[in-house]
Design a protein around this ligand. Structure first.
Ligand code: UDP
Length: 204
């Protein structure tokens, strides 16, 4: 897939539809040895990226890097390396759900992140609005969970039990990107989407 170099990141030159279609294709294929993941940089993330080695590594290993921010798209045009459009994480998840009816069988998703109660509300809204999407589970990890081995094991176990096609990870940046990169070989989902506050938006 073609990329555009911007601020040291290699951003994929895809429309929202193309990006959602790629995630759906991966969801329809067998799970690989390691979970693929998608990151959606905005300007704040691009600033963190400059001084965070771990975040740079996470981006290098991402299957898709998508421009979640009009300023990034504007910069791509000004620099003569135009991206087709903004692809926000908060638009990618609903567009993927729109496409789910093209898949044989339901698209199963697991929600990781957001405050207790919020992911549950998002799950109910998703299943009501998109009948082709099945929410296989949700979990709101406690503060500081990523430093707790038992808690990380527990989360990986919940995901393994649910076997989702897609894991939505809403833990904020850079925590979500670092967590997904660190555990990708152990995450039993086909693709993880690092999507910031999207679970909150889906909760309405
Ligand atoms: N969040 C979480 N656990 C944490 C930190 C944040 O679940 O330890 C959630 C928070 O509830 C919210 C999201 O992460 O749903 C924050 O997303 P936002 O897009 O505001 O963060 P950004 O990616 O811009 O840093």
């Amino acid at each position: 897939l073609p990329t555009v170099p911007l601020f040291g990141m290699n951003i994929h030159r895809l429309t929202l539809n193309e990006a959602a279609g790629a995630v759906l294709d991966w969801a329809a294929a067998p799970r690989g040895a390691t979970c693929r993941y998608v990151v959606t940089p905005n300007v704040d993330h691009a600033v963190m990226y400059q001084e965070n080695d771990a975040l740079r590594r996470a981006y290098r290993e991402a299957s898709l890097v998508l421009a979640d921010g009009a300023p990034i798209v504007a910069a791509s045009r000004a620099l003569g390396r135009p991206l087709p459009e903004r692809v926000a994480g908060s638009d990618l998840a609903p567009r993927l759900f729109d496409l789910a009816k093209q898949k044989d069988g339901p698209l199963s998703v697991y929600l990781l992140g957001a405050a207790p109660g919020v992911a549950e509300r998002a799950a109910a809204n998703i299943e009501r609005r998109w009948p082709a999407v099945r929410v296989a589970g949700w979990y709101s990890p406690p503060l500081g969970f990523e430093k707790n081995q038992a808690e990380n094991d527990r989360i990986l176990g919940l995901i393994a039990d649910a076997q989702p096609d897609v894991l939505l990870v809403g833990l904020g940046a850079p925590k979500q990107e670092l967590w997904v990169q660190r555990f990708a070989p152990l995450i039993e989902a086909k693709t993880a989407l690092c999507i910031g506050a999207t679970i909150d938006f889906l909760a309405g």
